[in-house]
Write a protein that binds this ligand. Structure first.
Ligand code: NAP
Length: 283
């Protein structure tokens, strides 16, 4: 039976540390604040934003929600970003994705000031991550690394396979694993011999968005499996990209869904926000 890597426990620890750092800043008269821009009325986005507000409240971080209707123009969003960038009382800025069709995601993300980019999505932070400079790391892959480290596993020299190559999860997860000196393979929808490649992994990070795609025969006995997926199974129950019940029998450690990577992602956002506030306060 695998060790369960509890996102709940790890996230609680991270948020406790954030809370202490928030209090330290508040004693100096600085009130850490995260501004979230939400455009349109996508129900899933509304749920994510509410989660972020709740996390902020728990950590003592002020959250400021800026809502735009679904027909907002790109310029309106860019103007708001400029305003928030200049606002000294705002330390972190996040634009909730996806954006409506009339707004170009890349243009908007690039307009977030890098020093307030707590999602780590701007080209400046992505570039810095790539060359190993201090920067805001994207929350989901950063959370995956923390979860891997929590098992006590030495990543150096290990065979790590990342399933999925999205800009927000797969690619940055691969870079961060490489920085930990793992030997990294990235798989995607065109990969040949996917099963064989996965079955050789000491570490398997899965982010493809396909319910229970990774089966027991794709996982090496004892491997550490990080399941980023968030899907609904045929009964409408929340599940990951990994067939948890089967893989749990042979893996060394595994993250559950729910209660895994999602919670750590949220905690890492809080960590980035307090980091932003501390850095801006030191300037
Ligand atoms: P995405 O942008 O849709 O990318 C999916 C990736 O998986 C693509 O690179 C795609 O390959 C690859 N893929 C799809 N089907 C495949 C297959 N049959 N075999 C091999 N590779 C395949 O997804 P994402 O944004 O990275 O999200 C992935 C999952 O993680 C989703 O379930 C999402 O909800 C979840 N997620 C969770 C969190 C969290 O906090 N827990 C955060 C972000 C995302 P191609 O590039 O070749 O198309």
């Amino acid at each position: 039976m695998a060790q369960i890597i509890s996102g709940k426990e790890l996230a609680a620890k991270v948020k406790e540390q954030v809370k202490t750092r928030v209090q330290a800043l508040q004693q100096r008269g600085i009130n850490p604040c995260l501004a979230v821009i939400l455009v349109g009325d996508d129900p899933a986005s509304a749920v994510y934003v509410r989660g972020k507000e709740k996390d902020c409240e728990e950590c003592g971080i002020e959250s400021r929600l800026i809502r735009f209707s679904a027909d907002a123009t790109q310029q309106q969003v860019l103007d708001k970003l400029e305003e928030l960038g200049k606002d000294d009382t705002v330390h972190g800025i996040l634009v909730q994705l996806p954006l409506p069709k009339q707004i170009d995601e890349h243009t908007v993300i690039a307009a977030i000031p890098p020093e307030k980019d707590v999602d780590g999505f701007t080209p400046v932070n992505v570039g810095k991550m790539m060359i190993g400079q201090p920067c805001f790391l994207p929350c989901t892959p950063a959370g995956c690394i923390e979860m891997l480290k929590s098992t006590g596993m030495q990543l150096s020299g290990k065979n790590a396979v990342v399933l999925g190559r999205s800009n927000i999860v797969g690619k940055p997860a691969a870079i961060l694993l490489l920085q930990q000196n793992a030997t990294v393979t990235i798989c995607h929808s065109r990969t040949e011999n996917l099963k064989e490649i996965c079955a050789k992994a000491d570490v398997l990070v899965v982010a493809i968005g396909k319910a229970k795609f990774v089966t027991q025969d794709m996982v090496k006995p004892g491997a550490v499996v990080i399941d980023v997926g968030m899907n609904r199974d045929s009964d409408g129950k929340l599940c990951g990209d990994v067939d948890f019940d089967a893989v749990y029998q042979t893996a060394g450690a595994i993250t559950p869904v729910p209660g895994g990577v999602g919670l750590m992602t949220r905690a890492m956002l809080m960590q980035n926000t307090i980091q932003a506030a501390e850095t801006l306060a030191a300037e």
